[in-house]
Design a protein around this ligand. Structure first.
Ligand code: GLA
Ligand code: ZN
Length: 689
């Protein structure tokens, strides 16, 4: 658990700090490129992601390759101690290609082919596109895979989207044939007898469409799985030629915050390092706690994708975005705070989009390290340079791990299914928000958390939380049962154990494969209107030591005790007195069930009790003000404690009496420390005192 990983690149065993660099936008201004090198050094930047959208500059016409400009950029980097993640440019392509080969253009669910333009607008099956990408990637690898400035490959950009062209339809049918083997098996999995949707030949099957089939849940699920598999396959095809020239160079593909369209768990084995792009909209409310928890949860997922291995913050903005509804500047302190938030959760890099602001087109007002003014005398540049200096003093943190004893399950297939289900609350089933509600209560207490899929190995945790585990894939119920029997603490909620991997309901009583572990039968589930309320009244003298009543809303279940004991009862309606919160003792462990969607502050109280009861370690055994979290990285001997203040005001935290020093300055710190508004402290202590 407390492992020290090798640095992402042996060539640069310190924090990577830098930005997306698009010199292809400035080729007619060589003085700008020369100036960039001076500024990069001033900003304490040591890495750039280069060429992400450079296809037109590299191959201005079919078969004519221009590498001179890229040679010059990379050689200048090498001469100046700056490193590069070299991108494959497949995220956008030149107009000549779309004109000559219209098949590279994506076709929508409505079966209309897109025009050329924008980006991320390619068919991932098209043989021509795959061939063009392979040629490009091979040429890049041949020329640069052993260039001294290159430390890895940045594959494409933010993969996403789907294509419904004829190639993709064929590929989908082939995928289904391989999965099901026979029409009978497919019809059964899709419950095709409903509305007479039985297929009698593979050729009848088409991808979901707004003007065609879109209500067969098993099919929708399979289509989403296919889109992920096809994208992973495209990604693998991109990587293959790169590996031929240098097997050592790590590959990454930048991801987006909980992007719904792709099951990111499926990329874990294909990529050497996970990277992602974080764009929080800070300062909408005085208190950024909830938003911070959401981004922390994302960081925890991206770290968990490769079993805890440090990841990369590939993009973030040094100031503001320009594509969100409102683009606010980062208030003083926030740049360091949100950058070190990523580090606290396991990032070994802090990188931005982009280095130099574009002069034109759709992102010309997006924050960049170098503004249109063109010099270093700006607030943003100073923030970046200062952070670069700080990171330079934290090199010991590189490769350290996050020792999580708690896991929260966030599962893409479950998410797809629960949102497509047409169940008790189609006006908002709120899967992501629900997971966040549970996660946030742990975050507020400063509990390190892994965010995992239902396929994870639970045995290394003391606590596993599975909010709305509507889908339970084969074997998962058994593994949760074993986890609890062996002494683990499990928390499940309403609307769990409802369907199998094909979105077919479990027969014989919900929560299906979790019924025995939870010791309850959920007889009926209902949605409530937004204005409806119910509540949970804690049973006097309950084992968790909780008291009082808490409001609940949106979803309620009528459950029967089958071995479990009620800790709380419903307060209202014909539900009154029936179990609303239960615990079942199984073997050496406990399984809790929350039958209704409680409102705050239930979760703080509940997880306060659960963490104590399950013996889950908090980063500091101290009271943390709301909106302030503590996160931990360790190499097994030294702990790095990050105190992050998202509360929107200055806070004092009294630590737990252990010896702490400031990891940046080396100075010893008092037991009570003040953290400024949008402030962060990185402390060091000896592990296991
Ligand atoms: C994404 C993209 C970048 C850029 C930024 C702007 O993350 O990958 O190319 O468009 O957003 O925030
Ligand atoms: Zn296609």
């Amino acid at each position: 658990m407390s492992k020290k990983y090798p640095p992402i690149s042996g060539k640069l065993p310190v924090f990577m700090h830098g930005a997306d660099y698009n010199p292809d936008q400035w080729l007619d201004s060589p003085e700008v490129l020369e100036e960039d090198i001076r500024l990069m050094k001033l900003a304490h930047c040591n890495v750039m992601a280069v060429g992400i959208f450079a296809w037109s500059a590299i191959e201005p016409e079919e078969g004519r390759f221009e590498f001179g400009w890229l040679d010059a950029v990379l050689d200048r980097f090498a001469a100046n101690g700056i490193y590069a993640w070299l991108a494959t440019p497949s995220g956008a392509r030149p107009a000549w290609m779309s004109e000559t080969y219209p098949e590279v253009l994506r076709v929508g669910g409505n079966r209309v082919r897109n025009l050329h333009g924008a980006r991320h607008n390619h068919c991932f099956t098209s043989p021509v596109y795959r061939e063009k990408v392979a040629i490009m990637n091979r040429k890049l690898a041949e020329r640069y895979a052993n260039h001294p400035a290159i430390i890895g490959w940045h594959i494409s950009n933010e993969y996403g989207g789907e294509c419904h062209c004829d190639y993709c339809q064929d590929a989908f049918r082939g995928w289904l044939q391989r999965k099901y083997g026979s029409m009978e098996a497919l019809n059964k999995a899709w419950w095709a007898t409903f509305w007479s949707h039985t297929y009698t030949s593979w050729s009848q099957v088409e991808s979901p469409s707004p003007q065609g089939e879109n209500g067969v849940h098993g099919m929708n699920l399979d289509w989403k799985r296919f889109v992920t598999d096809q994208t992973v396959d495209f990604c693998k095809a991109e990587i293959a030629p790169l590996r031929e020239y240098n097997k050592e160079l790590p590959v990454t593909a930048n991801m987006m915050d909980l992007f719904e369209g792709l099951d990111y768990w499926k990329f874990a084995d294909v990529l050497d390092v996970i990277s992602w792009d974080a764009y929080p909209t800070w300062h909408e409310h005085g208190d950024d706690g909830k938003l911070a928890a959401w981004f922390s949860m994302n960081h925890d997922i991206f770290r968990s994708l490769k079993g805890g291995q440090p990841f990369m913050l590939m993009e973030s903005t040094p100031s503001l975005t320009n594509w969100q509804g409102v683009s606010k500047l980062k208030r003083p302190g926030m740049h360091k705070l949100s950058s070190l938030q990523a580090v606290a959760h396991g990032s070994d890099t802090v990188q931005y989009f982009q280095w130099r602001k574009s002069r034109g087109s759709s992102e010309k007002f997006h924050g960049a390290v170098v503004d249109h003014v063109g010099h270093e005398h700006t607030r943003v540049f100073r923030d970046v340079a200062e952070l670069g200096e700080t990171l330079g003093k934290l090199s010991d943190v590189i490769g350290t791990s996050v020792p999580a004893e708690a896991a929260v399950i966030f599962d893409w297939e479950n998410r797809w299914a629960v949102k497509d289900a047409q169940g008790p609350r189609n006006m908002g089933i709120h899967y992501e928000e629900t997971v966040l509600q549970h996660y946030r209560a742990l975050w507020e207490q400063g509990v390190p958390v892994d965010v995992v899929s239902m396929d994870a190995d639970f045995s290394k945790y003391k606590l596993v939380v599975a909010p709305m585990l509507y889908m339970v894939r084969p074997g998962v119920g058994e593994r949760i049962e074993a986890f609890v029997s062996n002494g683990g603490t499990f928390v499940g909620t309403y609307w769990s154990g409802v369907v199998d991997e094909n979105d077919l309901c479990y027969l014989g009583g919900f929560p299906g494969p979790l019924r025995k572990t939870l010791g309850i039968w959920a007889e009926e589930a209902e949605g409530l209107y937004n204005h409806d309320r119910n509540g949970i009244s804690l049973v006097e003298g309950n084992a968790l030591g909780m008291s009082g009543t808490f409001e609940s809303h949106e979803l309620c279940e009528l459950v029967h005790l089958e071995g479990a004991e009620a800790l709380g009862a419903y307060t209202d309606d014909f539900y009154a007195g029936r179990p609303a919160l239960t615990v079942n003792k199984l073997g050496d462990g406990r399984a809790y069930y929350l039958a209704t969607r409680a409102r705050e502050p239930f979760y703080d109280a509940f997880y306060g009790a659960i963490v104590a009861e399950a013996g889950v370690a908090r980063v500091v055994e101290a009271e943390l003000p709301a909106g302030v979290t503590a996160q931990l990285r360790t190499d097994g001997e030294r702990d790095y404690v990050f105190l992050l203040n998202f509360s929107g005001r200055e806070q004092a935290v009294t630590l737990d009496g252990r010896d702490y020093s400031d990891a940046v300055t080396g100075e010893k710190v008092d037991d009570t420390i003040t953290i400024a508004t949008n402030g962060v402290k990185v402390l060091r202590r000896t592990r296991g005192e």
